[in-house]
Design a protein around this ligand. Structure first.
Ligand SMILES: Cc1cc2nc3c(=O)[nH]c(=O)nc-3n(C[C@H](O)[C@H](O)[C@H](O)COP(=O)(O)O)c2cc1C
Length: 408
């Protein structure tokens, strides 16, 4: 079942050996391999961004775009958005040798997800969720975990009913974002979270609004959660789980090193020309991913003027030059051992599609290749990044007129 080279971790064991399991949230665009490698030094469990299981099953391109991993990328949970057994179980079976568990997204509140009966829309028909979890558990052996990330509902009794039923279906653990689908910010409902924790026997990870390590312990004390998951605050401070109050320049240096080395191959690692530079279209890394993380990490470090320039850069060369001139930071080559551990693996999915094919109903097999859901997150800049840019709007010298498209 597992990839011969890739080490695995028993995720459930973490919940019984750690006092508090610190979790990096699934984040579309952001919780990609390089970011997971950065934060996993300080946290216990990481999630990939949400991947559309439908595309993952049908398209080689989707698989290589959406999922990358390396030897040190463990423990990692692959999160899928799915609403059919063949998509969820098929995708999970394909990715299983390369991760430690899969998670079903039942919390995404975005309009496009609701329109496709994905994410939090699944809560309208919980029987579907139970079926997906049950079938996946039947097909993939433990210790591989099957989990669900969801939100609380208006009526606590409904939330408890769903969570208890999930437990009966064999879910390994669950993550509760303690806000309702219509409430994206503001305080979380700690009492509802505690009620869920007290009503199930499987470990519960609490999520929502936590901005510091003290905040993690505080949420655990108030609700009894086994783990705490953080998203937004981890983007601006990847050292949060280490107890740090803000991003240090050492952390920025680490980000540069991880990104730079991830673009090298075994051959280019040994070349000495162009040392410390990143070509404009490197393998395994987009400028958007590299740059957005720096924008978030350096938000409190840069002056307003520096932000206005840096946030508007569009190529590796300019960004690297800016960081060198401003802080004297330049990407450094990993030692050979570090490098070998960080090289992205080439997952082999051949021979693992049979579960998907076996489960797929006959009428679905008539679909054309183009019918699967194609969602390219790199096409848009993302709301979070554009919000940062908007904060600086109105000042002269920057052109913020570029239009962007966020599916919501
Ligand atoms: C940029 C971004 C992308 C996100 N993508 C996902 C995702 O792919 N899957 C998911 O379940 N939640 C996603 N979320 C929601 C977070 O995982 C988390 O539940 C939410 O942000 C609340 O946690 P926080 O208050 O610590 O940010 C995303 C959040 C952000 C900010």
């Amino acid at each position: 079942m597992t990839h011969p080279e890739k080490p695995t971790t028993d995720v459930l064991e973490l919940f019984y050996t750690k006092k508090l399991v610190k979790v990096c949230a699934p984040m579309v665009r952001y919780s990609k391999l390089q970011f997971r490698n950065l934060v996993s030094q300080y946290c216990d469990l990481t999630f990939t961004p949400m991947i559309l299981a439908d595309s993952f099953c049908k398209s080689n391109k989707a698989r290589s775009n959406e999922f990358t991993t390396n030897l040190i990328d463990t423990p990692v949970i692959t999160q899928f958005a799915a609403n059919t057994v063949h998509d969820f179980v098929g995708a999970s079976y394909m990715v299983a040798p390369y991760c430690d568990g899969v998670d079903l997204n039942c919390g995404c509140p975005q309009r496009w997800a609701r329109d496709m009966n994905l994410g939090c829309q699944m809560l309208k028909d919980p029987q579907k969720i139970f079926e997906l979890v049950r079938e996946c558990r039947n097909r993939i052996a433990k210790p591989f975990t099957i989990s669900v990330k969801t939100r609380i509902q208006q009526d606590d009794r409904e939330s408890v009913k769903v969570c208890q039923a999930l437990e009966k279906c064999g879910v390994s653990f669950m993550t509760i974002h303690a806000r309702t689908p219509d409430n994206n910010s503001g305080s979380i409902k700690e009492e509802s979270l505690k009620l869920i924790v007290d009503s199930v026997n499987v470990p519960v990870i609490g999520n929502g609004g936590v901005v510091s390590l003290d905040g993690c312990y505080d949420l655990q004390e108030k609700t009894g959660v086994k783990g705490v998951m953080v998203a937004n605050a981890l983007l601006s401070n990847p050292l949060l789980f280490a107890g740090s109050k803000s991003t240090s320049l050492e952390c920025v240096q680490e980000w540069l090193d991880i990104c730079y080395n991830s673009t090298l191959t075994l051959e280019t690692y040994d070349e000495t020309v162009c040392r410390g530079t990143i070509p404009e279209r490197p393998p395994n890394l987009t400028f958007q991913c590299f740059h957005h993380h720096l924008v978030f990490m350096l938000d409190k470090v840069f002056t307003r003027r520096q932000k206005k320039i840096f946030n508007n850069l569009t190529c590796f060369k300019d960004a690297l030059e800016f960081l060198d001139n401003t802080f004297g930071l330049r990407p450094q080559l990993f030692t050979r051992e570090q490098f070998m551990n960080s090289v992205p693996l080439q997952p082999q999915y051949e021979g693992r599609e049979w579960v998907y094919k076996e489960l797929k109903p006959f009428e679905d097999s008539k679909m054309h290749v183009k019918d699967f859901i194609e969602y390219d997150y790199e096409e848009s800049k993302g709301k979070l990044f554009m919000d940062k840019c908007k904060e600086l709007e109105g000042d002269s010298g920057c052109d913020w007129t570029e239009m962007f498209f966020e599916k919501d």
